[in-house]
Design a protein around this ligand. Sequence first.
Ligand SMILES: Nc1ncnc2c1ncn2[C@@H]1O[C@H](COP(=O)(O)OP(=O)(O)OP(=O)(O)O)[C@@H](O)[C@H]1O
Ligand SMILES: [Mg+2]
Length: 356
Amino acid sequence: MTETESDAFDGSSTSSDDPTPVGVKLGSTRTVIQIERNGEIETIRTLTCLATYEDPITGSERVLYGEQAAQEYPDSVEFMLRSGLPEDDARAELAKKFFNELITAQNIPEDSVVVYAIPTIDNEAGLKNLSDVIEGSPIGEATIRSFPESLCGSIPAMGDELEAIDEVFVSINMGSTNLEACAYRHGEQLAPFSTGAVTGTEVDRRIANAVEEETQGRVNIDRTTAREYKEEHASFVDFEPFTDIIQQPGGGSHEFTVNRGLMDPVDEYVDEAVDEIANNFLSELANTHMKPYQLALGKPIALTGGMACIPGITDVFEERLSEELSRDISVVSAERPDLAAAEGAHRIAERLADNL
Ligand SMILES: Nc1ncnc2c1ncn2[C@@H]1O[C@H](COP(=O)(O)OP(=O)(O)OP(=O)(O)O)[C@@H](O)[C@H]1O
Ligand SMILES: [Mg+2]
């Protein structure tokens, strides 16, 4: 709120004194922040998790976050969000610690315009907890605003600027703990939909099971490994079976091949997502907003969220949804759908900063 005092020594550069635009997306699996530094856009991407330990010298609590926490404290690390929200007070506390740790480590300036993405979900307490985490943090002194994650994620899918804000279109957000869909009419949400039934995390669980089956029960992988297989190898374009090695208890190792164990669950995921979108979300949208429905389906649908990173998924989704609806649908996504929400939030923050 308070402006920095005018600096009598420096009349030359006003722009460096302007608040920095920052885009933030807190997700159940990953948190992404975009910020411009020295004229370059920087993307910070980290696992949304936290581990604590006692400082051996002072006895005070020390906090680790992200990949380091997950690697060093695999047994006690906490992923505190579900559907992108801290669901209770304890998790809200953890989320605060996580976020403060992250913005301190990354030097996010307090004098900033912060836009953060929020999930489209009917959970008032959780949404309030999320807003407390961000709005209670030291950043965003100039302004803090929230926008729906599926809208933010559509922004880089729809153009180089803020075209998505002026359109009537449908967005689908494929996250780790939920699938969201919404039609937007100049930023207004129509028929917001979300389900926890079709998720990236469920795909990971199925991959772990399928790998166990594929190896006749010899290989049990955890869900983190399953997620890593999916993120590295899943592809509708050029999937290749791959091998991995596990250490046997008592020495020795076992090499195994993953083939259908990976792509079958991913393939099912797309079928289930198409089914939810066509038969639950779009049918509701058609019932409640017939004209915008017709308009929106005449335009590309934006696909966003981490699961939309799987190579070829846009085309496969387009094909299967067209078939399900018996009409030609087109689907677009950003170059990096996993970063898109933070990227879109950053663009909105830039616009807000320009209008301060
Ligand atoms: N390159 C990739 N290939 C395949 N899957 C990916 C890739 N990157 C991320 N994912 C998957 O996308 C999901 C995470 O997506 P996203 O970051 O949009 O979710 P989130 O916002 O953290 O979760 P939620 O929306 O449930 O809070 C995870 O299941 C993750 O494994
Ligand atoms: Mg999300």
